[in-house]
Write a protein that binds this ligand. Structure first.
Ligand SMILES: C[S@@+](CC[C@H](N)C(=O)[O-])C[C@H]1O[C@@H](n2cnc3c(N)ncnc32)[C@H](O)[C@@H]1O
Length: 228
């Protein structure tokens, strides 16, 4: 079936895969990250009802078939549900999520003094959008990632994929990226949402992948692969 959104731009030195308005990557980087099949799984994400916002995570998990995934930032649970849905389709994988829920309708103010608007409606639990049939592969730890994440990594051991989406301050993003990098398996992937909030992701990428061969920068989101 021809993709509704995929348009391959090849020739004249270009080798860019585009998918909708927010996904454009060099096919060499996709290959280096083991993500050559991502366009097919972006289509599949739509077919199985994953929202466009989380389709990149669904496609990432379908493509790489990770055994162990850690994410920070759950809130309603859309990213969590998308990754669990992909794991169910893969028939393998386990997800550990960390969340410090915010219930104040005004949101919270992060370490950079910026307001973060991700709020859980009163009376609801973090991850309330995760359907019961997907929960058997999921462990949720509540608390501040600063306290919970180091212990969780020690317990879970090396992971295949880490996804940041908790506090989007500069120092916190850098801290999570650096910690997760230590616990990523060779060829594992560090992924981050909201990379446009601070310079942290691009600084981190320059440090750990100066040539950019293993970095996929999607503007608001990014991935960096650990070398073999
Ligand atoms: C942007 S939302 C996550 C959205 C979710 N990943 C998705 O895409 O569906 C960010 C979440 O991280 C939580 N959070 C903020 N600071 C945190 C911290 N220091 N540790 C853990 N979670 C935190 C927020 O309360 C909120 O629930």
């Amino acid at each position: 079936m021809k993709s509704r959104f995929l348009e391959w731009a090849t020739g004249r030195g270009h080798d860019i895969v585009r998918y909708g308005p927010s996904f454009a990557a060099s096919s060499a980087v996709l290959r280096a990250l083991g993500l050559a099949a991502v366009p097919r799984f972006l289509d599949e994400a739509r077919e199985v009802g994953v929202r466009d916002k989380e389709a990149w995570l669904y496609a990432l998990v379908r493509s790489r078939r990770p055994e162990r995934v850690v994410e920070t930032g759950v809130c309603e649970g859309w990213s969590t549900a998308a990754m669990l849905k992909a794991m169910r389709a893969n028939a393998t994988g386990r997800l550990w999520s960390v969340d410090l829920p915010t219930y104040d309708p005004a949101g919270s103010v992060n370490a950079d003094g910026r307001r973060e608007g991700a709020v859980i409606p009163g009376g609801m639990e973090p991850g309330f959008e995760v359907p019961a049939y997907l929960r058997d592969r999921w462990t949720l730890r509540l608390g501040d990632a600063r306290q919970v994440l180091p212990k969780l990594f020690d317990e879970v051991g090396p992971v295949d994929l880490f996804v940041h989406d908790s506090e989007h301050s500069h120092a916190h993003q850098r801290w999570e990226y650096e910690l997760a990098w230590e616990y990523l398996r060779p060829l594992g992937i560090l992924a981050s949402d909201d990379t446009d909030w601070t310079p942290a992701f691009r600084e981190f990428a320059r440090l750990h992948d100066p040539a950019g061969h293993r970095t996929l920068d999607l503007g608001r989101r990014g991935l960096i692969g650990r070398p073999a």
